[in-house]
Design a protein around this ligand. Structure first.
Ligand code: SF4
Length: 379
């Protein structure tokens, strides 16, 4: 980890968006006793400013994060947090810091390199807030984790059921209200109460589930899976096509499995991959292959594999996924995202994929992998 504090006080801390996880991250950041400056909601401009100042071939999480930083600095932030990661993302903080300084911004940066354990980072957080104690940080971490679990459970329910709502927008309305209340919850009991009340409200929404509903799993790279703006709201698009959507990569799952870098978890994924992966592929690649194999065995209709353009761990995973798809005639739609990815193109591909899955129900064994995007695996 590295910390460079801003020259001026008060500190105004900010961090990039990723789905609705800014809610628990904000709870954690409150322990730094700084003003919190959330970046504006993601828009096309976020991507445009991020992409304009990024190396052209860098993966899209870099561009979105840089866009978030620039928009947060424009709002007055002066202390940025960068999360680090198990792939190139681990180097991105340094590069982004250099780019932002070249652009003339004056700020400090906390880069969370190293492990996922609180003890790896507490010393550096104490440099931001000397009053922070391990006990207080631990308590805040547990609260943020509980908030994250509530968030993931509610959003999992929405993903699986929103495609069958009788009244358009009913799930979204309850989901939005849930986010507003969860954002203000600061104790375990309130978080549990909010989760169970909103789950009840969601269960009470009238739905009609057709006999031929499709079940599709989504696998791939962490950021594009969890940041809906970056994947062009692919889950909502699937729901509009009457699909029950399943996604397993969530922050709750990552924490449960030790940041998904835990050797036991990786071994378990490899053991349950049907021999389609023998060594860890890095980042989320092993999980993409293993989950696809497991979903196929569970009788899912198909899988969407999402990745940023140029993401090496997922390009590696594609080799195994294409073989799996070919050998089992199992449908996989590969989607690669970059700053130029078109919403219309995505919708057309989803229409074709869902039509093909429904036709396949009538004539099993007629479809395999559909590549979309520029990189192909070489297997
Ligand atoms: S996993 Fe891939 S897309 Fe994500 S940060 Fe790493 S290289 Fe980039």
């Amino acid at each position: 980890m590295s910390v460079q504090l801003p020259d001026s006080r008060p500190f105004k801390v900010s961090f990039p968006h990723m789905g609705n996880y800014s809610i628990p991250v904000k709870l954690l950041a409150e322990q730094l006793e700084c003003e919190i400056v959330l970046p504006p909601k993601m828009t096309r401009r976020t991507l445009e400013v991020g992409a304009r100042h990024s190396p052209e071939f860098v993966c899209i999480p870099f561009k979105y994060n840089l866009g978030n930083y620039i928009e947060a600095l424009e709002k007055g932030a002066n202390l940025l947090i960068q999360a680090g990661g198990g792939c190139r993302f681990g180097y991105y903080g340094e590069v982004q810091e250099a780019i932002l300084r070249d652009l003339g911004y004056d700020f400090g940066m906390v880069r969370l390199l190293g492990g996922w354990k609180l003890r790896d980072h507490i010393g550096d957080f104490k440099r931001v807030n000397p009053r922070l104690t391990m006990l207080r940080a631990l308590k805040a971490y547990k609260l943020a984790l509980r908030q994250t679990q509530a968030l993931d459970r509610i959003e999992d329910y929405v993903r699986r059921n929103a495609g069958f709502e009788v009244q358009d927008g009913a799930f979204e309305e309850v989901h939005e209200a849930f986010l507003g209340e969860l954002d203000t919850a600061r104790d375990m009991r309130t978080m549990a109460e909010i989760e169970s009340r909103y789950l009840g409200e969601l269960e009470a929404i009238p739905t009609e589930r057709p006999d031929d509903l499709l079940r599709i799993g989504i696998v791939g790279e962490l950021y594009v899976l969890m940041e809906p703006f970056s994947n062009l709201f692919v889950e909502k698009e699937l729901a509009k096509r009457g699909v029950e959507v399943h996604r397993f990569v969530t922050v709750s799952n990552m924490v449960e499995h030790g940041g998904r870098k835990g050797p036991a978890h990786v071994d378990d994924l490899i053991a349950r991959s049907g021999d389609y992966v023998r060594y860890h592929l890095g980042a989320d690649g092993t999980e993409s292959v293993s989950m696809t194999y497991q979903l196929m065995q569970e009788g899912f209709d198909g899988v969407l594999h999402l990745k940023p353009f140029g993401c090496m761990p997922e390009v590696n995973a594609m080799a195994s996924l294409q073989r799996l798809s070919r050998e089992h005639t199992f449908p996989i739609l590969f989607i690669s995202y970059d700053a130029q990815t078109s919403e219309t193109g995505l919708k057309t591909r989803l229409d074709a994929f869902c039509d093909m899955l429904r036709m396949r129900r009538q004539r099993p064994g007629t479809a395999g992998a559909i590549a979309s995007g520029e990189e192909r695996s070489t297997a």
